[in-house]
Design a protein around this ligand. Structure first.
Ligand code: ATP
Ligand code: MG
Length: 557
């Protein structure tokens, strides 16, 4: 699916029209995260949309940290967000920006509103203020402090700024309309006292603008032409417009809303993801089970798969839940095209080739990829002892089992045909070794008797391989809607979301695997080397995704 073959979505139409009519001379968008958590797959939709539109229409896209709340924000998040946007393949316009860069200007504009008689310092406690605000069905009541003089307000606001008032003692509110049907217009708070250092401005301020007071004005300062946000901000638009109408701002951004991404089997809320991290349900924000971009990266998901997914789901104004199977489809599709092939035996069973000389070693070669000739061929040492999967051997089996059976033949992938002659068991009666014979006249051709073995299985040399750990991830949640309705998402964490296999044996080339480099482990799935755990001698591989959608099958879909 390419952008050329897809009909334009409503934002593309609006922008095309604005440019054609000359309402806007150059498109300017921005992605405005609050640095209070790591980016998740929902943010990817907004990133692809904002940066994608800028690319498509020859405009610019800023990265702006909406950092008005020093209580929840941290430098770690700023760094992680930059890394993730870059990883997705986008470049922001100039330096990253911060709403806190505009604190002086926003403070001046607060003074401007006071002088215009359009803002006042209110001494209602938060509880009282709630009382005065009214409800959806009842209008609010004017604060008793609403008619303070300009002089008094200027003096009190100065005191707030100088730290002479206590937190919660008072706030600066816009004087709009306590009877407005839209609650956002009922004299919203525009500045509050927070005696707290800020990750960008340090101790300079002890009053901070509200998100609503900062957001639209920051867009105006940056000359953003199209302020694209999610639908929940639709109700805030009249307030943003009020600020723009009543302040001497340098530009007038227009806001457009689109539906946020919801995915089944997933939660996309920073607050909830933070809870999973803080309570130890996962191993950090970049745990490969997390729907964060850093988690997906560590799991081996290619950034192009996420971009393709965002393209595929489209942009509309109606809320819906997207099937996570669509994301998985995009991941498989991308990995199938690009991931080099390799062999790794997860649960090894020893095979000894009785007719193959001890100490002999041949180097067989295998293609790096079935169609991608640019991916280098692999060297596979072939020796007298090998490993195959325990589940690829049975003493007896019916015809449906197309693997190795006692007395029968199977082809070793990229190598010879072998026949199982004998099993060796331990005292507990478990099979510990299979004695086989190898037909050395079968490399790239059928056996001389013309009987083609039905199955092909993967293998590695027992003498030359990479001992590794493999982590098999499954969905983080077992419920399709873990946080819907009144549900506690923590009750629906999938107990089998991680299986760790140790003593796995991978082909020698995987010793050189780079972190995050994806491979298809033949007959198994897509894997990448973990960027956090493992050593040079004993790497850890994460399963990105299985070869087929086994989940849908299990659910009887
Ligand atoms: P969360 O609900 O996870 O806390 P947020 O909206 O508070 O997310 P921000 O940092 O404010 O997080 O988000 C930055 C931008 O990403 C905003 O413009 C927001 O609308 C957008 N965004 C956040 N979540 C989604 C989503 N699920 N789908 C699409 N866009 C999203
Ligand atoms: Mg937000």
């Amino acid at each position: 699916m390419t952008s050329e073959s897809k009909p334009a979505h409503f934002l593309q139409n609006i922008i095309r029209e604005d440019l054609a009519q000359g309402r806007v001379s150059q498109l300017a968008t921005r992605f405005p995260p609050e640095p209070n958590g790591y980016l998740h797959i929902g943010h990817a939709k907004s990133i692809c949309l904002n940066f994608g539109l800028a690319q498509e229409f020859g405009g610019t896209c800023n990265l702006r940290f909406d950092d008005t709340n020093p209580a929840k924000e941290e430098e770690e998040y700023v760094d992680a967000i930059k890394r993730d946007v870059s990883w997705l393949g986008f470049e922001w316009n100039g330096e990253a920006r911060y709403t806190s860069d505009y604190f002086d200007q926003l403070h001046d504009w607060a003074l401007y509103l006071i002088k215009e008689g359009k803002a006042y310092v209110c001494h209602l406690s938060p509880e009282e203020a709630r009382h005065y605000r009214g409800t959806l069905t009842e209008p609010g009541r004017n604060s008793p402090y609403r008619d303070r003089s300009v002089e008094e307000n200027l003096e009190l606001f100065e005191k707030m700024k100088n730290g002479e008032m206590a937190e919660g003692e008072c706030s600066l509110r816009a004087k709009i309309n306590m009877a407005a049907p839209n609650i956002n217009l009922r004299d919203p708070i525009i500045y509050r006292i927070k005696k707290m250092a800020h990750h960008q401005t340090g101790d300079k301020w002890c009053i901070y603008p509200s998100y609503d007071f900062a957001h639209g004005q920051s867009d105006a300062i940056e000359g953003i032409s199209h302020s694209i946000c999610t639908l929940e901000f639709e109700d805030h638009k009249p307030l943003y417009d009020w600020f723009i109408d009543n302040l001497p701002v340098p530009a007038r951004p227009r806001q457009y809303e689109f539906a946020r991404l919801n995915l089944n089997y997933t939660v996309v809320s920073k607050r909830k993801l933070k809870q999973l991290v803080d309570e130890g349900h996962v191993d950090g924000w970049d745990d490969p089970r997390m729907p964060t971009l850093s988690g997906q990266r560590r799991r081996g998901v290619p950034p192009t798969a996420i971009r393709n997914f965002c393209e595929m789901i489209g942009v509309t104004r109606s809320d819906s839940v997207v099937d996570v199977g669509m994301l998985e489809y995009c991941i498989r599709d991308e990995l199938d095209k690009n991931a080099p092939r390799a062999m790794c035996v997860m649960e090894p069973l020893k095979v000894t080739l009785s007719n193959y000389p001890e100490g002999k070693e041949e180097i067989l070669t295998a293609p790096g990829h079935p169609v991608r000739e640019d991916l280098p061929a692999r060297d596979l040492p072939f020796t007298r002892t090998l490993y195959i999967e325990q589940e690829d051997f049975r003493e007896e089996a019916n015809k449906k089992y197309k693997r190795l059976v006692l007395g029968k033949k199977v082809r070793l992938r990229n190598a010879y045909v072998i026949q199982a002659d004998e099993v060796v068991k331990n005292d507990a009666g478990e099979i510990v070794e299979v004695i086989c014979s190898v037909d050395l006249d079968t490399l790239g051709k059928d056996p001389a008797d013309g009987v083609k073995p039905k199955g092909v299985i993967h293998w590695v040399s027992a003498e030359k391989n990479v001992d590794c750990e493999v982590r098999l991830y499954d969905r983080l949640f077992s419920d399709p809607a873990p946080d819907a309705g009144g549900k506690n998402f923590l009750d629906h964490v999938n107990p089998d979301n991680l299986k760790v296999l140790t003593g796995c044996k991978a082909e020698v080339g995987l010793a050189a695997a780079a972190a995050e480099q994806s491979y298809q482990f033949e007959r198994n799935g897509y894997f990448c080397r973990d960027n956090k755990y493992g050593t040079a001698e004993k790497p850890v591989f994460n399963r990105t995704i299985g070869l087929r959608d086994s989940w849908a099958k299990e659910q009887g879909k």
